[in-house]
Design a binder for this molecule. Sequence first.
Ligand SMILES: NC(=O)c1ccc[n+]([C@@H]2O[C@H](COP(=O)([O-])OP(=O)(O)OC[C@H]3O[C@@H](n4cnc5c(N)ncnc54)[C@H](O)[C@@H]3O)[C@@H](O)[C@H]2O)c1
Length: 438
Amino acid sequence: MNSKSVLMEKFANKSALVAVMGLGYVGLPLAVVFAEAGFQVIGIDPVEEKIRLINDGVSYIQDIESERVTKLVQAGKLQASTDFSRLKMADAVAICVPTPLRKTGDPDISYIISAADGLSPYVHPGMVVSLESSTYPGTTSELLVPRLAEARGLVVGKDVFITFSPERVDPGREDWTTYNTPKVLGGMTLDCTEVGTAWYAQALETVVPVSSTEVAEMAKLLENTFRMINIGLVNELAIMCERLGVDVWEVINAAATKPFGFMKFTPGPGLGGHCIPIDPLYLSWKLRSLNYNARFIELASEINTQMPRFVVQRVQDALNNHQKALNGSNILVLGVAYKPDIDDMRESPALDVIHLLRQKGAEVHYHDPYVPAIDHDGIVMTCVKDLIPAVRESDCVVIVTNHSDYNYTDILDNARLIFDTRNGMGSLGKDHPKIVRL
Ligand SMILES: NC(=O)c1ccc[n+]([C@@H]2O[C@H](COP(=O)([O-])OP(=O)(O)OC[C@H]3O[C@@H](n4cnc5c(N)ncnc54)[C@H](O)[C@@H]3O)[C@@H](O)[C@H]2O)c1
């Protein structure tokens, strides 16, 4: 039998050993889903603490309950290791490593390169490798193929099978999970696509094969660029509405009653998370190397990155209307995670808001039920212990992230002034003398 047939059979009877490289927000849920589907799974990550926790049956990712991990570890279905040589036994490898930006704003693809270099010595005929990290079109063919096939003297689509299949996980979301969110997959060759589809289809509800790795890479960037640009549009709408003296929230809710041709996006203090603020910049960076300026992305990015400054200016104006200066005021920031009901601080606009408030001389505290302490970009703080006394003591409460378990009526009763960047106060916020909305 050829390599493809061997792999197809191993997927059909679930005897394939699946490896997941990078056990973070994307990799751990994926490893769990493959193991729950009946595959033997080995997770590889250089961080020893993560490996120890998984092997002890403990999950450090909010979306995955520890019981699921414990059950799989006890059943011998899931193991984790820092030892890359364990990859030599793997039949199928998913790479889920980070793709951040450098300080200069350029893509940092060093994690993909180090994962590929770490895997390269163990690639063997009859292995399929799928890159899941969000990245620029061309990454799979330019970075993976030379390291995983050419350097090993293997033929792609005959000996080894290489695909790109972007993860679409939305942390904190319960209706659409790793299991039931349709998964786009493009292979380097038709056989690669067939092998990759056969593998994922054993564990996930729907796989959507596309004709190439570039189409799959670009589809992921379209999804995130679409969100980033629409958020940029409503953020600019908020700025325009403020100039016009019009309530932006009422405008958006009115427009959203149109049953077709409109999709609701809401303004906020800026973009956060590991995807929306970053992925489109991978695309614009790639296009710059082809002498093309991705103007929509650049413009939306410019508006979105200005939002923390706009918020702080509005807080200053709101205090001014109460005969107070921002300088010396006691400000309580509510919610610092990048979006409601999760603990992820990556790229959170709260960090910029806190930084700018401090720059203006404010004394800043924060409360977030999901984030006990912050140690990011030179901001080192701990969450205030008691919310309501802290609300009472502050000159202004700034709602940066509208977690759903806050009791907003209680907060309103005890606050002197609230600046609400997310319309977290909802209808309470309309024309209330104590509340100023973005
Ligand atoms: N977090 C999300 O919501 C989300 C959603 C969709 C797509 N993505 C994309 O998925 C990718 C992974 O994101 P994440 O949020 O899981 O990141 P993460 O930082 O939570 O996890 C990445 C893991 O990779 C490990 N790692 C680093 N170098 C490694 C190497 N050489 N070999 C093996 N493991 C290595 C890290 O220790 C870490 O545990 C990124 O490209 C991201 O853009 C993320």
